[in-house]
Structure formats: C-alpha cells, structure tokens
Design a protein around this ligand. Structure first.
Ligand SMILES: Nc1ncnc2c1ncn2[C@@H]1O[C@H](COP(=O)(O)OP(=O)(O)OC[C@H]2O[C@@H]([n+]3cccc(C(=O)O)c3)[C@H](O)[C@@H]2O)[C@@H](O)[C@H]1O
Ligand SMILES: Nc1ncnc2c1ncn2[C@@H]1O[C@H](COP(=O)(O)OP(=O)(O)OP(=O)(O)O)[C@@H](O)[C@H]1O
Ligand SMILES: NC(=O)CC[C@H](N)C(=O)O
Length: 557
C-alpha cells in the first residue's frame, strides 16, 4: 500500500474565504494530477490565521461554511482524493457581559464532495500572540481516517506540542500523524519546532507530516518550511521557507508500519539567523502592503543605519520602482548624511527627493516665539523637526497612496527614543522588533548577500561605521542619552523578552545605573508604544500582542 501525500504550503488572506477556497482547489487539483491522494492544508486554511474577533461574527462563520462547501464541490470529481482543510465550526452566544462559545477550531477531510471525517483541536493556545480560548472550545475526540489502507491521525498545531492528543490518535489506530499548523515565526523557531515534533514521533512511535502556513498577517509571520519526519525522527522532507511550496512525501505500508519517505525531493537546509530574519522582514513588508492594497512605500532617509536598513528591506520586498526615499536635511544634518543617502539611492535605483526643513522649522519657532520667550531650546525643538518630517511624509502618503514605513528599532521602542507624531508617524514599523546591535548585523549581512537579486552592497560602508545620531541638535550622538547599545540591548532582551528582574541583572554584573535607567525608560514609555504603528515580530516577545503592559503602572522590578 502506497499513499502520496502533498502538503499545500499556501499564503492565505485572512477573511478572503472565496480566494482561499480557490487557492485550495487549484493546489489540490494540481497535486492530484501529479499522483497525490491526500492533500494537507494549514490550520484554519479556509479563513486564514489569525482571524481574531472576526470569529465572533455569525456572518463570518457562515462565509466559512460556504467556502467549505465550495472546496468540497470544486474537488468532488477527483475520485479518491482526500483534502484536509481547517475552518471554524459552530456558533456561540455573546451578550454584553458574558460569552459562551461552542465554536471549534476544526480540520475536515473532504472526499468526493463530502466531509468524510473531522477533528476538533484539543489544545487551544492562549499565551504569546494566541487568544484561542477567546474564540474556541477544546475538542474531545480523535480524528483518524483511512485512505488507501493507511490510517491517518489528525492533529492541529498546539496539539502536537503535547503528548496526549498524539497518543490518543495512535491508540485509535493512527499509523501516521498529519498536523495542520499556523506556528508564528521567531528567530530560531524552526529548529525548536522540529525538535518538539521529533519528541512527538519518539513518544508515540508514528511518523509525522507537518503542514505549515506561509505569509505575513499584521505583526505575525508564518515561515512555511513544512517538513516530514520518519518513524526514527529523521527529516525526510523539508519545504522552502517564506514562500508558497508543495511538499510531497510517500507513505508505504512496510512490515506492519507506515514508512515515510521524501519522494525524491531535496531537503531544504535551515538558514542562518540573519538569512531567516531578512526573509521574515521582507515577507512581512511584502504581505502587509500587498494584502492591504498599497502599491508602494515612502520613507525618510537620513544617512543613518536604521533608515538605510529599512530601505534595503523595502527594495527586496517590493522592488526599487515601488519605493520613494526622502531626505529632509536640517541645519544639524552632517554633510556625510546626504552624501551617503545619495550614494545609497543610486546603488538601489529608487526614487529620491530632498526637501529642506529649515524654512518650516523657522516658521514653527516663529509661530511659537512669544509663548516660548525666555525659555531655553530643548527636546521641544528636536521634536518639532521630527514632526515636520513626519508631516511631510504623511502628506506624500496621502497624495500618492503609498504607505509610510517607520524606521524605529526595538532599542528605541523600548526606551522611547523616538518622537510621537514625528519619526513614529507612519503605517508600518518594519524593524520595531530588531534591537540596534542586530540592525548592524543585518546591514553587514545584507552587504555580503543579495538574496533577492536587487543589488549587492546596497548600504554604503560609512552608514554602518559612523556613530548613530538623531541629528536633532548640534553634535548629538545616541550614546549621549543611552547606555552603549551592547549593554542596552542585553538588558532589553533579558528584562523585556525573558522577564528577568532588575536585581537579578545587577547580580549578574550589569551596572545598577544602567539597569535602573533602561528599566525606568521601558516602564515610562508604554504610552508611546501604544501609539506606535504595528510592525513585524521576529523575536519570541515583541512590543505587540505579546506585550500587554498597563500604561498607568507603579511597578518596576
Ligand atoms: N504617560 C503618558 N501618557 C500619555 N502621554 C504622555 C505620557 N507621558 C508623556 N506624554 C506625552 O508625550 C510627550 C513626550 O513625548 P514626545 O513628544 O515624543 O517627546 P520626548 O519623549 O520628550 O522626546 C523625544 C526623544 O526622542 C529622541 N528622538 C526623537 C526622534 C528621533 C530620535 C532618533 O533616534 O533619531 C530620537 C529625542 O532626542 C528625545 O530625547 C509629553 O510632552 C506628553 O505630551
Ligand atoms: N535628515 C533626515 N531626512 C529624512 N529623514 C530623516 C532625517 N533625519 C531623521 N529622519 C527620519 O527619522 C528617523 C529617525 O532617525 P534616527 O536617527 O533614529 O534613525 P537613522 O538616522 O536612520 O539611524 P541612526 O539612529 O543610526 O542615526 C530616520 O530613520 C528617518 O526615517
Ligand atoms: N496555532 C497554534 O496552535 C500554535 C501553537 C504552537 N505552540 C506554536 O507556536 O507553534
């Protein structure tokens, strides 16, 4: 007995049920023509992941039901084909002060126009970026079905991170596990995920096929890279990361058990940290803009490393012809800032303009002169410059329909080293989850690699080597106001990402003054982050859905 299984690693759009249904029908029909008789799609493939509170709308569930029927009917003529799709099922009751859900996160097996088996997710994640208990009720059954003499046990994502659902499937007769997933990316997650699945295989003694989603959805990235493990936990197939792919594996009945093989396909290697971060950032920009209908992007290019990095990512994501870089010099802008900006845009071939902000800055100061009479210049004037730039970029966005990409990094978002309605003004924050030391690593990496063929060495060397400066007052350097970036980033990672305490960091050798300053700034600047644009999550904790701190807060330890 032999069964060819195809994983349709597809990029769905949340809420586009007709489009998602069409994608599934096309991919499954093609796989069938190439010999597959079982096609697996990712978790909640019909509606996309994560549909969030759309799942509470009865009309949304009805549209998912319709799309499920469309897929079933669209594939009804393909004899013997089994397609597994993910969708929400069932209803719920909601009043103003209580919610009762009877909705399930379901996998349905479609064959010849009918639902022939289904499985409801048992383990509902409710941590990090997940809120599944807000929307779903845990399932209490198993999902084992037979196809061409091979019994397949269904699991859905979080289920496979625990022992019990896989053991129950095995005890109900499953000979191979098929897992539908939507498992958000962070640096290093691929290896962690494969390791957890290997434990599952070892624990229950069954081979496993991991069908994963690809694509960006608001702040979250799904990297694809579906894979299959044989009964010994060896990777026999691994699909490409960060793009749609079809991965085919073969299940054979041999000596009383199912043997999985890679059907002659190559196993994609796991990339370096920088390479996968780059791909994640590129996909995040491409999908946020693409799925929200933006034709292009604008950004302020300063001659500093943050905007240079965002420009290089944007060009890789969208192509040079979709990007507009604007240099807006002030009296504090060093000559090298515009020399390097001109150099960079020439290397990449993007549209570039220079708009001097001095006349506007003078106009603002003049307008406020009587109110500010006798008061010293301070951050007020620094912020006016940043806000003039933000206003100009937003005007260009309004006029052209291109989105403004903001350039703040995680170190700045943590410490509030950014201006509300100034450099924070914009639609999408590309590197808000990348700390400054990693910004440098990525810039150096991109200068040595050209993964999207848009040009090698896009970032002039001096942009990488010069000391970072906001250039909002004479001779300003970031490090005048902040601890050294190596120290700052280490404290952010340990305090913010890993929940370590102030005293523990000091006991571990950090200067008390540095720890107290950074943690005080993190706490003080919650209000700023709440007003910041959404941006791409690439660590296991970003300033997004998995950082829900109060703004009014007297606790810091
Ligand atoms: N708890 C709270 N809840 C709500 N709002 C609160 C608040 N606390 C202050 N505010 C408001 O926020 C204002 C302060 O925020 P904001 O106006 O942004 O200004 P602020 O944080 O005072 O200054 C911006 C800082 O970022 C630096 N910066 C700016 C731009 C670029 C760069 C760079 O790296 O290139 C650096 C700049 O040098 C300066 O140190 C207050 O005046 C007040 O109106
Ligand atoms: N002269 C300028 N022209 C255009 N945009 C600017 C200018 N100065 C600042 N900006 C915008 O404000 C953002 C914030 O400035 P910031 O100094 O933090 O970043 P950077 O200049 O890119 O990097 P660095 O921190 O290394 O100097 C810039 O990335 C850029 O988008
Ligand atoms: N969608 C899910 O159930 C994902 C949960 C899982 N632990 C992951 O991140 O991979």
């Amino acid at each position: 007995m032999t069964l060819q299984i195809c994983v349709a690693q597809l990029n769905f759009v949340v809420g586009d049920m007709p489009g998602n249904a069409r994608k599934i029908i096309d991919a499954a029909s093609e796989a069938y023509a190439q010999g597959a008789r079982l096609v697996l799609t990712p978790e909640l493939s019909i509606c996309g992941y994560a549909a969030e509170d759309l799942l509470l709308r009865p009309a949304f569930i009805d549209a998912c039901d319709d799309a499920l029927k469309t897929v079933a009917q669209g594939l009804a003529g393909l004899k013997g084909l089994h397609v597994v799709v993910g969708h929400p099922e069932g209803g719920g009751l909601r009043s103003r002060s209580v919610a009762v859900t009877r909705r399930h996160n379901r996998a349905s097996v479609l064959c010849e126009g009918q639902v022939v088996a289904c499985y409801d997710k048992r383990e509902l994640p409710n941590y990090q970026v997940f809120d599944e208990r807000r929307y779903f009720t845990p399932g209490d059954g198993v999902g084992v079905f037979e196809i061409d003499g091979i019994r397949v046990g269904l699991l859905i994502c979080e289920d496979a991170w625990f022992d019990e659902p896989a053991r129950l499937a095995r005890d109900a007769g499953a000979q191979v596990l098929a897992v539908l997933n939507a498992s958000p990316f962070h640096a290093g997650k691929s290896a962690e995920r494969e390791q957890r699945m290997r434990e599952r295989v070892t624990d229950c003694g069954l081979p496993l096929v991991y069908a994963h989603l690809v694509g960006g959805q608001d702040e979250v990235i799904f990297e694809g890279r579906s894979f299959a493990l044989d009964g010994a936990g060896q990777v026999v197939a691994r699909a490409a990361g960060f793009r749609e792919a079809k991965m085919v594996v073969q299940a054979d009945w041999r000596q009383g058990r199912v043997a999985l093989t890679g059907a002659g396909q190559s196993v994609e290697a796991l990339p370096s940290t920088e390479a996968e971060l780059w791909d994640a950032l590129v996909l995040g920009v491409r999908d946020y803009l693409g799925k929200n209908g933006f034709k292009g992007a604008i950004l302020g290019l300063s001659g500093g490393i943050d905007s240079a990095l965002v420009l290089a990512i944007a060009v890789d994501a969208l192509g040079a012809d979709k990007i507009h870089a604007v240099m807006m010099p002030s009296p504090y802008t060093a000559d090298i800032s515009w020399i390097d900006s001109r150099d960079m845009v020439k290397r990449l071939g993007v549209r570039y303009d220079e708009i001097a902000i001095s006349p506007l800055f003078d106009g603002f100061k003049q307008a406020l002169s009587s109110q500010f009479a006798g008061l010293k210049e301070d951050t007020t004037e620094e912020n006016i410059q940043a806000r003039i730039r933000g206003t100009l970029l937003m005007a260009l966005s309004n006029k052209t329909g291109a989105i403004v990409l903001t350039t703040g990094n995680k170190s700045e978002m943590a410490t509030g080293y950014c201006t509300l309605y100034g450099d924070m003004a914009g639609g999408f924050a590309v590197i808000k989850d990348v700390v400054k030391t990693r910004v440098f690593d990525l810039a150096r990496w991109r200068n040595l690699n050209d993964p999207y063929g848009t040009g090698s060495q896009p970032i002039p060397e001096r942009i990488i080597t010069r000391p970072p400066s906001a250039e909002l007052r004479p001779d300003q350097k970031d490090q005048d106001s902040l601890p050294a970036y190596e120290v700052l980033d280490a404290i952010i990672e340990r305090y913010m990402e890993n929940d370590e305490g102030v005293e523990a960091l000091i006991a571990d050798g950090f200067e008390r003054a540095d720890v107290e300053k950074v943690t005080r700034l993190i706490k003080l600047n919650e209000y700023k982050r709440r007003q910041a644009p959404v941006g791409i999550r690439v660590t296991h904790r970003s300033f997004g859905k998995d950082w829900r701190y109060p703004m009014t807060n007297q606790f810091r330890a």
